[in-house]
Design a protein around this ligand. Structure first.
Ligand code: SF4
Length: 619
């Protein structure tokens, strides 16, 4: 019997205390597929799994008895896998090492010279390739360097790793872990967004998995106490009836067991009605807080450059109208540094998003992903320059020094400049995003900027560019902007940052963009910021009642550490700032962390659920 090692390492995910890890789904699928065949189970057995990132020597010991290892590599584990596989081969030159996953640079002719410890690589889906490789090993045939099969069209018969018990032992061995399962309902994506490498299956037909399997898996997750469900689908809602049925099953399961409490998915791009219907079902069940619709940019030229100009979701105002019709908040994403974007067009993107009443906005730096079309084809055309970031994943922030020292720090190529954004302009884009997200999306200026837009015709562009100049006159705030600049430069030059902004240590480049309100609260500066906004408002000659109502609203809306709304609070208003004379405010999740550090952690980690905003509505 030959012993198999299955290597799919990942970082801990989510808030620290949850001790959450993803179940190694990809390799689970491979084993459940190949183990349907007796010639495989008669000759191979699983000896060891790797789902986390222990020190390399610990991982090497884990696989010391193995004859064959499979490694599933993606952006979050490539360097770790290379180091581990190399050490394993050094220790046991007879070990057969197979690697696969979207991150393998299979186009690189020198790949096997640079990674001689890898025997074969798998391109695209792995099920048939794994079977082919194991059978070749079994019969003593030599292994091809690359193994690639056509994509599976019939997914109906694929066995589920959850339902076939592949993970039972792993789960039993780690009762302290809150596992995150992956739910796959279909494979492929018909779109070709150039920055994306969705499972190396973009621009391809979506193939469905079996509904009985999906139903049973959702129930299995709940019965195994897994509150968070990560869906892989590229376009949830694209199959109207079926995807609504899947949502009903999730909702029913939540009613029966209380789980899942949250899901993540990527919604359809041409199916807004269905997406809103699904989101409403999830909102009513308390599983999601709104519809997630990712614009990435609203600049027509940029959308053309990245091949997203054919999507109906680009009509931001239509999406916003539907959201209003469904009484549904929208979460969207924008990507900084896409080809063709300029500082001006970027500010207009925010204007588009805010004027359509979308306040839950997650902004990302463009990443150049190994096999994504943009990285393969467009870097010269748009003069895309990037830097290596080593701390882009949640848990990397606290362990980057250790990872760098052992040579396993994962690399994300983050955009530094483009043909339309030199490095200085890129910084302005970054700084504006930090400021606009930290003030508008985190509740400091949401209502007053809405009021100016609706009642006075002042654009968000004018408001935020003016306010940005104004608040920089405060010496303390000015020092935060200097800190932010220095943190970004340090990050760009060294690939990680432990810099302080306003005295608060920002661990991890990804946190920087969302750090303004945490810094404001860390410095107990909410009221002072309100004072500065009020000073700025003098230029608009507003009714004093608007100003005094604005002062009342902010402390109710912004969830502040130590000032939690443990009971609903009703406040009278004198102006038409909220088109009502009485509002009630209450905590969105009745969740009151005990330390400022935990409070700030939730501001980062639960930002997509608007954790940092209280609910404020007419009474
Ligand atoms: S970004 Fe989404 S829609 Fe575009 S190719 Fe990737 S998975 Fe498909």
């Amino acid at each position: 019997m030959l012993k198999l090692g299955l290597i799919q390492p990942n970082f801990q995910t989510g808030p620290r205390h949850l001790n959450s890890f993803y179940l190694p789904y990809t390799l689970g699928c491979l084993w459940s597929y190949v183990s349907q065949y007796d010639d495989i189970t008669d000759n191979f057995e699983i000896d060891a799994w790797l789902f986390d990132r222990p020190e390399l020597k610990v991982a090497v010991d884990k696989f010391s008895d193995c004859d064959v290892v499979f490694a599933s590599m993606y952006i979050w584990n490539t360097q770790y896998c290379y180091s581990l596989l190399s050490l394993l081969k050094q220790k046991n030159p007879d070990l057969i090492v197979i690697a696969g996953g979207p991150q393998i640079p299979w186009r690189d002719k020198n790949f096997f010279l640079e990674h001689p410890y890898i025997d074969s690589i798998v391109i695209n889906e792995g099920e048939q390739a794994a079977l082919h490789i194991l059978r070749a090993i079994n019969s003593g045939d030599s292994l091809p360097k690359t193994v690639q099969f056509d994509r599976l069209k019939e997914l109906d018969e694929l066995p589920s790793p959850y339902l076939t018990g592949v993970f039972d032992k792993l789960i039993a061995e780690h009762p302290d872990i809150e596992w995150v399962p992956t739910l796959e309902t279909d494979r492929g994506c018909p779109f070709k967004c150039t920055f994306c490498d969705w499972g190396s299956a973009t621009g391809s037909k979506m193939h469905k998995l079996n509904m009985d399997r999906i139903t049973a898996e959702i129930n299995w997750f709940a019965d195994n106490n897994m509150p968070y469900l990560s869906m892989t689908t590229s376009n949830f809602g694209a199959f109207k009836q079926r995807d609504k049925e899947i949502t009903s099953i999730i909702v029913e399961c939540n009613k029966r067991t209380g789980m899942p409490t949250a899901i993540s998915t990527s919604y359809g791009k041409n199916n807004a009605d269905t997406v809103f219907e699904i989101s409403k079902m999830l909102l009513d069940a308390g599983i999601q807080t709104g519809a997630a619709i990712s614009f990435q940019s609203t600049t027509p030229e940029v959308l053309k450059n990245i091949k997203r100009d054919n999507m109906k979701i680009n009509r931001v105002s239509e999406v916003a109208d539907k959201a209003r019709a469904f009484n549904m908040p929208v979460l969207t994403e924008l990507i900084m540094g896409l080809p063709g974007e300029t500082y001006d067009t970027w500010v207009d993107c925010f204007d588009d998003v805010f004027s359509n009443k979308i306040i839950n906005l997650d902004v990302f730096f463009l990443q150049l992903i190994e096999n994504a079309p943009m990285n393969v084809n467009d870097t010269d055309a748009f003069d895309l320059k990037s830097f290596k970031a080593y701390d882009y994943f949640y848990e990397t922030s606290s362990r980057v020094d250790k990872e760098l020292a052992q040579g396993t720090a994962e690399i994300v190529n983050v955009i530094k400049s483009t043909s339309t954004l030199d490095e200085d302009e890129m910084y302005r884009v970054n700084e504006f995003s930090w400021f606009a997200v930290g003030t508008h999306c985190y509740g400091l200026t949401t209502h007053i900027s809405d009021y100016l837009y609706e009642k006075k015709g002042i654009s968000y562009r004018e408001f935020y560019l003016g306010l940005l100049d104004h608040i920089k006159q405060d010496i303390t705030v000015q020092s935060w902007f200097t800190d932010y600049y220095n943190a970004y430069q340090f990050w760009k030059n060294s690939g990680y940052t432990h810099n302080k902004i306003g005295g608060y240590v920002i661990q991890g480049g990804w946190k920087g963009l969302n750090s303004l309100m945490p810094v404001i609260q860390y410095n107990n500066y909410v009221n002072k910021m309100v004072d500065m906004v009020v000073e700025f408002l003098e230029r608009y000659d507003l009714d004093p009642d608007v100003i005094s109502d604005y002062r009342k609203i902010v402390p109710l809306y912004v969830k502040q550490y130590g000032k939690y709304l443990k009971e609903p609070k009703v406040v009278n208003l004198k102006s038409d700032i909220m088109n009502t004379d009485k509002v009630v405010a209450q905590d969105r999740y009745s969740h009151y962390p005990e330390t400022l550090r935990d409070h700030i952690d939730y501001m980062f980690f639960a930002r997509r659920r608007n954790w940092y905003l209280n609910v404020l509505k007419p009474f």
